[in-house]
Design a protein around this ligand. Structure first.
Ligand code: SF4
Length: 417
């Protein structure tokens, strides 16, 4: 098994991100110590804004899994969940967090202090099956926690109809009533509007930052992808807006001055599927032959807007569409999204991560490969891996395939390494 390896970061904002991450976990632990209700919830969902508006503390167990992978904690957590009977074919996010909470949770020396135990669990039907099952499984570990189950419909992006949204609106109201009854805290609608405004501003800034990746050379690459932490944990707060404003200014300045990620950007690459969180340094590997990963599937999850004058409707819609933006969608829709990104970001070649532990995003990659070649003339390479489990990934095989792929791309462009 390979050791966890971080990517090499070139943006000033990367340092600022370390502070934002540390402060988030500190805030979570302080909230618990002060008696502020702590709620565990799925990411990419409109629940976070309601929590911030009601002065409750959101915590994201699914997001803790990439943190564990980055700190090298995942293998031990996998052992625990395997011992409980969870198959190695299941999603690594699920296997890791289940192993963590039933195993070494918050033992001494855990990075960032680990996760505070939940007073509330918001268990949502929506997204993929593992995303739902994570919280269902964790409920049993914390029998004292109060559980709310949101019954969101499982519906693909292009099949969302007004009645799906109406139903999500009623579920959002039901959640607010439950939180009020359970915690004694009332929701101030003006405060919610302000939180939704901040959330919308974060999405707007996110889109603007991503749009600068169209520049040649790109001013930000996938090696800096950790910045999405603020979109997962801080949406609806001034912290996210301030961080993203600083990042936008930095990226804009680099784009306007023509400052790229490496001295000479020769190949612009697209990465399909989730990164390998235990080895983000792979994104730098392509640089030795002038390759930069300028776009990827995952960052599309926050490309949406919210209407602060219709906060409940906006959050209901967010809960419904954010998973389908990346994973729970038809193969055709995903293929169209990838082709559009490859066109928009002037991609020379696509790296398709065939992710053993995320079936929803891996499905349809062969159709995508064919479409990229036939419709855009863009070659692609398939890399076998796993976004969480390093045992399902071979660095040597990756390097062999990546080297051959880049040599072929350079030759196609009439360039030398
Ligand atoms: S979309 Fe993939 S990575 Fe995310 S929870 Fe589902 S199976 Fe796991």
């Amino acid at each position: 098994m390979e050791k966890a390896k971080k990517s090499y970061k070139r943006l000033r904002s990367a340092k600022e991100l370390n502070r934002v991450v540390a402060e988030f976990y500190l805030e979570c632990h302080e909230a618990k110590a002060r008696g502020k209700p702590v709620g565990w919830m799925p990411p990419m969902n409109g629940v976070i804004e309601i929590f911030y508006a009601m002065d409750l503390q959101p915590v994201f167990p699914e997001n803790w899994s990439p943190v564990c992978a980055a700190f090298g904690l995942a293998p031990r957590n996998f052992e625990v969940s395997a011992g409980m009977g969870f198959s190695r074919d299941l999603c690594g996010y699920l296997r890791n967090i289940v192993g963590y909470v039933y195993g070494p949770m918050n033992e001494e020396g855990t990075p960032l202090g680990g996760l505070p135990e939940p007073d509330l669990i918001i268990s949502a039907y929506g997204g993929c099956v593992p995303a739902m099952k994570i919280l269902h499984t964790l409920e049993r570990r914390f029998p004292e926690a109060k559980v709310h189950t949101s019954e969101l419909p499982q519906v693909g992006y292009e099949k969302i109809r007004p009645y799906h949204l109406d139903y999500c609106v009623s579920e959002t109201h039901r959640l607010i009533e439950w939180l009020t009854e359970t915690t004694g805290r009332k929701l101030d609608y003006d405060r919610l509007k302000e939180v939704v405004r901040l959330s919308d501003r974060a999405c707007e800034l996110w889109d603007e930052i991503m749009s600068y990746r169209r520049f040649i050379p790109t001013p930000i690459s996938a090696a800096e992808l950790g910045v999405m932490f603020v979109m997962v944990t801080r949406q609806g707060t001034q912290v996210a807006v301030d961080f993203l404003t600083g990042l936008r200014d930095e990226v804009k300045e680099r784009a306007e001055k023509g400052i790229g990620m490496i001295e000479e950007e020769k190949l612009r690459l697209f990465w399909d599927n989730i990164p390998m969180w235990y080895n983000m340094g792979l994104f730098n590997y392509f640089e030795k032959m002038g390759g930069v990963v300028v776009a990827e599937t995952y960052s599309a999850a926050w490309s949406m807007r919210l209407d602060p004058d219709k906060p409940i409707e906006s959050l209901a819609r967010k809960s419904l569409v954010s998973y389908p933006m990346v994973s729970c969608t038809s193969i055709k829709k995903r293929r169209d999204m990838v082709l559009k990104a490859c066109r928009d970001f002037h991609i020379d070649g696509a790296v398709l991560h065939s992710n053993k532990s995320c079936v929803p995003i891996t499905l349809g990659q062969m159709d995508m490969k064919r479409a990229l070649e036939e419709e855009l003339g863009i070659p692609s390479v398939v890399i076998d891996g796993d976004h969480m489990d390093a045992n399902n990934f071979s660095v040597a095989q990756f390097q062999t395939r990546a080297d051959a792929f880049m040599e072929m791309l350079l030759e196609k462009k009439g360039l030398t390494p």
